[in-house]
Design a protein around this ligand. Structure first.
Ligand code: ZN
Ligand code: FE
Ligand code: FE
Ligand code: FE
Length: 184
C-alpha cells in the first residue's frame, strides 16, 4: 500500500481525497454487477442496478473535477473500499437462505454508502474552504445521491427484506437446517 507522501497544503489534501474517491467509485462500478446478480429480491436488485448507473455518473463528475484542477484523472488505491467490497462479496458467494442473504447484502451495501457519505462530505467541505465552487457543486450532487441510496436501502430493509428474512429464518430453524429456501 502506498504510504502518504509528504502533505503540506489543503490543495494536496483535497486532491488526495478526490483520488481516493475516484478509485473507490471505480472499484464499485466493477463490484456492483456481481452484488446485483446475487440478490434475490427484485426490488433490491433494481436498487443496486440503479445505483450502478449513478455510480458511473459519479466517476464522470470526479473526472470533471480533475479536469478543472488541471490534474490527470488518476485514482489512489482506496483500501477501505477494497475491504468493504470484500465483506459484501462474502454474501455474494455464501450458500444458505436467499432471503437472509439479501438482508446481509443490504447491510454490506449500507456500509459502502456510509463510507462514501463521509468521504464526499469531507471533500465537499474542503472544496468549500478552498473556494472551489465548481467542485462543491459536483461533490454535493454525488453526496445527495449517496444519502438517497442509503435511505432507499434503509426503507427496503425495514419494510420488506428484513421481514422476509426473518420469516424464512424461522422456517429454516423449524426445519432443523434441512430445508433452506431454494434448496441450497
Ligand atoms: Zn463512492
Ligand atoms: Fe458512489
Ligand atoms: Fe478511501
Ligand atoms: Fe454509493
Amino acid at each position: 500500500m502506498a504510504t502518504m507522501a509528504k502533505i503540506t497544503t489543503m490543495e494536496q489534501l483535497f486532491l488526495d481525497e478526490i483520488r481516493d474517491l475516484y478509485d473507490a467509485e471505480k472499484q464499485l462500478v466493477k463490484a456492483l454487477p456481481d452484488m446485483a446478480k446475487a440478490v434475490s429480491s427484485d426490488e433490491l436488485r433494481d436498487a443496486f442496478e440503479e445505483h450502478l448507473e449513478q455510480t458511473r455518473a459519479q466517476v464522470r463528475r470526479l473526472e470533471r473535477i480533475f479536469e478543472a484542477l488541471g490534474e490527470k484523472a488518476t485514482g489512489k488505491k482506496c483500501a477501505a473500499m477494497t475491504g468493504l467490497i470484500k465483506e459484501g462479496n462474502e454474501f455474494v458467494s455464501a450458500s444458505g437462505d436467499t432471503a437472509v442473504r439479501d438482508a446481509g447484502l443490504i447491510a454490506a451495501a449500507q456500509k459502502v454508502e456510509h463510507y462514501e457519505i463521509s468521504g464526499y462530505g469531507s471533500a465537499r467541505t474542503h472544496a468549500e474552504i478552498l473556494g472551489n465552487g465548481g467542485a462543491v457543486r459536483l461533490l454535493e450532487e454525488t453526496l445527495f445521491e449517496e444519502k438517497e441510496a442509503n435511505e432507499k436501502l434503509t426503507e427496503l430493509a425495514r419494510y420488506q427484506i428484513n421481514d422476509e428474512a426473518l420469516r424464512s429464518s424461522k422456517g429454516n430453524a423449524r426445519g432443523a437446517g434441512g430445508s433452506a429456501r431454494d434448496g441450497w
